[in-house]
Design a protein around this ligand. Structure first.
Ligand SMILES: C[S@@+](CC[C@H](N)C(=O)[O-])C[C@H]1O[C@@H](n2cnc3c(N)ncnc32)[C@H](O)[C@@H]1O
Length: 218
């Protein structure tokens, strides 16, 4: 199964173990993990009937018999043998909600891999508060959209300052080309917005501050 660049980056972070892919949808990620022998067992979770039926069919069509499709909300029915969770392609607040609603289900979960569309600083903060540390991060650009993938592992919380939360402790330390491109393009966007003389002073201040924060990590 051919994975998109984003799904491949997530795939590359998954260790072997029992995986739950929460919000699995098409199931491509977990089916690939199974087909390539990264995992021998996993759960593909969906909370909507339409995507769930497609998911079930994709698992059957690909003979991924180690993967169990589950129609359930988030991690509310998470089986106790799951030690890795992947949550990808959702808003950050939805991810936080899924994890916070059932904290006891995380007892055996040593790894959480997240690709959220937004609210990434809040996500870093909240997952770390739940007893995880950031072990790895990646950033990729696909069809002009930047995606940040974060791998949390269970461990004693490390202090994350505001730049860590905003830019990612690993990403801002590594400063890969894609990271630099993302923030250079944001600086260009900000300059463009600031060239409009009609924007309110409060917005000018907000954008100027953001630009300074970016400059300080680039
Ligand atoms: C945009 S798709 C992402 C699919 C895949 N994970 C990916 O990254 O390509 C998000 C999926 O998450 C599902 N979803 C959203 N909230 C959920 C929840 N609380 N529990 C289970 N699935 C959920 C949606 O139904 C949808 O199929």
């Amino acid at each position: 199964m051919k994975l998109s660049k984003r799904l491949q980056a997530i795939y590359d972070m998954v260790p072997s173990g029992v995986v739950a892919d929460v919000g699995s949808d098409h199931g491509k990620l977990i089916i690939s993990l199974f087909q390539n022998g990264v995992i021998t067992k996993g759960y593909a979770i969906e909370n909507k009937v339409g995507p769930f039926n497609h998911l079930k069919k994709a698992i059957e069509d690909n003979k991924a018999d180690g993967i169990t499709p589950m129609l359930s909300d988030g991690i509310s029915q998470l089986p106790s043998d799951v030690n890795i969770i992947v949550i990808a392609g959702m808003g950050g607040f939805n991810v936080i909600d899924i994890l916070k609603k059932n904290p006891r289900k995380l007892k055996n979960v040593g790894t959480i891999i997240v690709d959220a569309h937004n609210a990434i600083p809040q996500l870093r903060k909240q997952v770390c508060k739940m007893g995880y540390v950031i072990a790895d991060e990646d950033i990729i650009c696909e069809s002009g959209v930047y995606y940040e993938i974060i791998k949390f592992i269970a461990g004693e919380a490390k202090y994350l300052d505001d730049p860590d939360l905003e830019f990612g402790p690993v990403l801002r330390n590594e400063k890969c080309i894609t990271f630099k491109e993302k923030y250079q393009s944001r600086i260009n966007e900000i300059d463009n917005l600031l060239s409009n003389k009609n924007i309110p002073q409060s917005k000018v201040k907000e954008l100027t501050n953001e630009k300074e924060r970016i400059r300080s990590v680039l």
